[in-house]
Design a protein around this ligand. Structure first.
Ligand code: UGA
Length: 433
């Protein structure tokens, strides 16, 4: 099939590339000329394992191309995907201006019947708004559908090529047949539904996953007080298939471009229909507090932080991505700076992105984890990059001035720590001091 993807962010780029990999002819379009120039030069604007190779092979097969010319891209395709951003407005609602712009641009460029599929995460009712907006601006026939995306950063290619499920929301029978045909090689689990339910499935899924994380983080906080180990608790819970073991890793809370934005947006969506989503409000509150446990534990170990040298390992909101949007590291480092600490920061991939968002004379940008730890009094591990797991704690202790390790992701085990001089604080497990 001939497909056009509007937007080359995570969702648009990865989906476009994966559809090309399945044998479709795909044009990805973006108004940002610098992104398209990069992609046409074989570079990838985001760090995502496996993506660069797939882009190269599909461009070579002429299955995939990139352009800023939306008219050409819309004219070319049978199916047009909208995968533009829906960032948060100051009140937490989703900003739909990019969606509206894309819909208006599509309407102007249409040259025949089109299927218009929204992949962006949009509030319930948005696809109907898109339908109205396009019908006011074109005489051509078209159908709309909602096919929300469930990929995760860091495993985006694999999540797209082998998803747990595909959700297709449309009220048009022929469109449904076409979209099932397009997706059927990806999974047997294709859920077909009405548009509003498809829109809701995306928010409900992200809100539920965020709820699991805040739930286990609260259990962790209680474990610390009663002397239990949250990793064993989560393991014991997870074998129950009704609970499941995924997303029960306690830590410093969720970040990224999705959970923080989508939980706030769902609270707003509920509010618009006079429903207070009390549970989700608590999930957000718990998450906002969780990251500051790192600071509390540091102070417990070192006393006042003024003038202290603190190494921060990991700046991305999760491993295998260069994304620092709403990363817990942002708030934690800001708090350290506000208390007069010197920060020695390191991330294998996300350092440049982080530095663009937050730079300060009291931050030293280290070339590697060892340089960050050099002469520090404490190491705070905030992102569980695999290279940190391999560190020998005795060798680490040898380069540091004092030996405090705050493990925000429960990377190290007690057996490693007990053989080292570290005073060790993790999440939901007994301190080893
Ligand atoms: C999330 C969802 O998992 C995807 O299904 C969805 O498509 C995506 O949002 C989106 O809406 O676009 P993503 O934000 O890329 O994906 O990453 P996750 O792997 O879900 O991690 C989110 C945050 O939760 C990270 O900060 C991670 O450290 C944290 N997390 C995750 C935990 O603290 N504990 C866990 O057990 C799992």
């Amino acid at each position: 099939m001939k497909l056009t993807m509007i937007g080359t962010g995570y969702v648009g780029l990865v989906s476009g590339v994966c559809f090309a990999e399945l044998g479709n002819e795909v044009i990805c379009v973006d108004a940002a000329a610098h992104k398209i120039d990069m992609l046409n030069a074989g570079e990838v604007p985001i760090y995502e394992p496996g993506l660069k190779e797939l882009i190269a092979s599909n461009r070579a097969k002429e299955q995939l191309s990139f352009t800023t010319d939306l008219n050409e891209a819309v004219g070319y395709a049978d199916i047009i995907f909208i995968a533009v951003g829906t960032p948060s407005l100051p009140n937490g609602e989703a900003n739909l201006s990019y969606i509206e712009q894309a819909a208006a641009d599509i309407a102007r460029a249409m040259n025949g019947h089109k299927i218009i599929v929204t992949k962006s995460t949009v509030p319930v009712g948005t696809n109907e708004m898109i339908r109205d907006l396009i019908s006011r601006n074109t005489s051509h026939s078209f159908a709309v559908a909602s096919v929300p995306e469930f990929l995760r950063e860091g495993t985006a290619v694999q999540d797209t090529l082998a998803p747990d499920r595909v959700v297709i929301g449309t009220e048009d029978g022929e469109t449904l047949r076409t979209l099932v045909e397009l997706h059927k090689r990806l999974t047997h689990h294709i859920i077909t539904t009405d548009i509003r339910s498809a829109e809701m499935i995306k928010y409900a899924s992200n809100a539920f996953l965020a709820t699991k994380i805040s739930f286990i983080n609260e259990i962790a906080n209680i474990c610390e007080k009663v002397g239990a180990d949250v990793t064993r608790v989560a393991e014991g819970m997870g074998y129950d298939r009704r609970i499941g073991s995924a997303f029960l890793k306690a830590g410093i809370g969720y970040g990224g471009s999705c959970f923080p934005k989508d939980t706030e947006a769902l609270i707003q969506i509920a509010g618009h229909v006079d429903y207070e989503f009390k549970l989700l409000k608590s999930v957000v509150e718990v998450n906002n507090d969780q990251r500051f446990n790192v600071i509390r534990k540091l102070k417990e170990a070192l006393g006042p932080l003024e003038g202290r040298n603190i190494a921060v390992w990991g700046l991305a909101f999760k491993p295998d991505t260069d994304d620092v949007r709403d990363a817990p590291a942002m708030d934690i480092i800001q708090s350290l700076l506000a208390q007069g600490a010197h920060v020695r920061a390191y991330d294998p991939i996300a350092q440049a992105n982080f530095r663009r968002e937050l730079d300060h004379p009291s931050i030293t940008w280290a070339e590697d984890a060892w340089e960050a730890a050099q002469d520090s009094e404490a190491v705070c591990l905030l992102t569980e990059w695999s290279e940190f797991r391999l560190v020998d704690l005795n060798e680490l202790a040898a380069v540091m001035k004092d030996h405090v390790l705050i493990d925000g992701r429960n990377v190290f085990g007690p057996e490693q720590v007990l053989l080292s001089p570290f005073r060790y604080y993790s999440v939901g497990r007994p301190d080893l001091t």
